[in-house]
Design a protein around this ligand. Structure first.
Ligand code: BG6
Length: 368
């Protein structure tokens, strides 16, 4: 059942193009992006004036990506919160607030308690979930299923990618319902999403190169990850994967924060993974990251750079370059995450750890 793989996780990493295609399938109907279940009137969606995304772990990182897309497409303020923090603050919610609960299992206690709290305050709840009929979608006003298929590996890979994709669909569904985008614009964005499974297949081709790098990094004491804009949540996810699987000290940072603290950690030989934005996107983002790489390389870091193919400007500063296909700026996490998943899994394998069942972790955490 592992499809010739030593671990389910490696198989699930390879299944990502298919998982992504399944998440998107059937969601563009008559010029609109639609949800799977909607027990709310369209008018309720039009009245929404604020969005909170609540989730835990990797699902939380998928929510951070959603913030960039939903704000851009819907012109709605979006806050992303760890479910466990959201629940025990006093978040300001009312019937015009949409709480998007992202959960692979649909049973995570922290997320479930967060939506119960939200509903008590009359907020509307939309679940993004991978498990049909789970508790979180049952207690929600609307549901988008990720359709990634069952995930065995405890550390999320294909379910995470499907969550990122589903969150883009939430953004487009809101844009459709609220009229902030014309049907032809929604159609164009959806078509860009539909091209992503192919791009993910392409980036899976970097696995042998990443495996080789992993053997090299297995003895490192720590690894840092830097990203900016949508590359920032990718950096956080890359670091989380490495903690979960390889039990290494790993931290993700917003690249702009480097000079406000993390640069003090840079020392000779420290591996730093940098997620570069497309050079064809916002030039200012790209040039800022480029100067970050220069700074850390000048201080002796070993730079591992994830960059768009053909981005020759990074070559002089990359000790190790991993090339990913050119995709729209907002969608880049769907490809840039993949080499980081492979990196963590292969470092764990090189260290002889159980990739599918990391110590102390459970696939679904049903206690707060
Ligand atoms: C965890 C899992 O503790 O729960 C993570 O080990 C996962 O991989 C997190 O991201 C959230 O789970 P779910 O099911 O709510 O997406």
């Amino acid at each position: 059942e592992k499809g010739g793989h030593e671990y389910f996780m490696l198989k699930e990493i390879e299944e990502q193009p298919e998982a992504l295609a399944n998440t998107l399938r059937g969601h563009f109907v008559d010029g609109r992006v639609v949800l799977d279940e909607q027990r709310l009137a369209d008018q309720d969606l039009r009245d929404i004036d604020k969005v909170f995304v609540v989730a835990c772990g990797s699902a939380y990182h998928s929510g951070l990506v959603a913030k960039y897309a939903i704000e851009h497409w819907c012109r709605l303020p979006v806050e992303v919160e760890l479910a466990s923090e959201f629940r025990y603050r006093d978040p300001v919610l009312d019937r015009d607030t949409l709480v998007v609960a992202v959960s692979q299992s649909g049973e995570t206690a922290d997320t479930l308690e967060a939506i119960r709290h939200a509903r008590e305050q009359k907020a509307r709840v939309l679940a993004v979930c991978n498990t049909n009929g789970a508790q979180i979608p049952r207690e929600s006003d609307a549901v988008l299923y990720t359709h990634a298929g069952p995930e065995i590996g405890v550390a999320s890979t294909k379910a995470f990618l499907a969550q990122v994709a589903a969150n883009y669909l939430v953004g487009l569904a809101l844009a459709s319902a609220r009229g902030t985008k014309y049907p032809d614009e929604v159609a164009r964005e959806f078509a860009e999403l539909e091209a992503m499974p192919q791009a993910v297949s392409t980036v899976l081709g970097t696995a042998p190169q990443v495996r080789e790098l992993a053997r090299d990094l297995a003895t490192a004491k720590a690894v840092l990850f830097l990203g900016r804009h949508v590359g920032y949540p990718v950096a956080l996810e890359g670091a989380l994967k490495l903690k979960e699987l390889a039990y290494m000290h790993a931290e993700g940072f917003a690249a702009g924060e480097l000079k406000h603290g993390p640069i003090a950690l840079i020392e000779e030989g420290l591996p730093v993974v940098v997620v570069m934005p497309s050079p064809k996107g916002r030039a200012v983002l790209h040039s800022k990251l480029l100067s970050n790489i220069r700074e850390i390389q000048a201080r002796g870091a070993r730079t591992i750079v994830i960059a768009e193919e053909g981005d020759d400007t990074v070559r002089p500063f990359a000790d190790h370059l991993i090339e990913i296909p050119a995709v729209p700026t907002l969608l880049q996490p769907l490809v840039s995450t993949i080499p980081l998943q492979v990196l963590a899994a292969e470092i764990a394998r090189a260290k002889g750890y159980d990739v599918d069942k990391p110590r102390n972790l459970a696939k679904s955490v049903t206690v707060e």
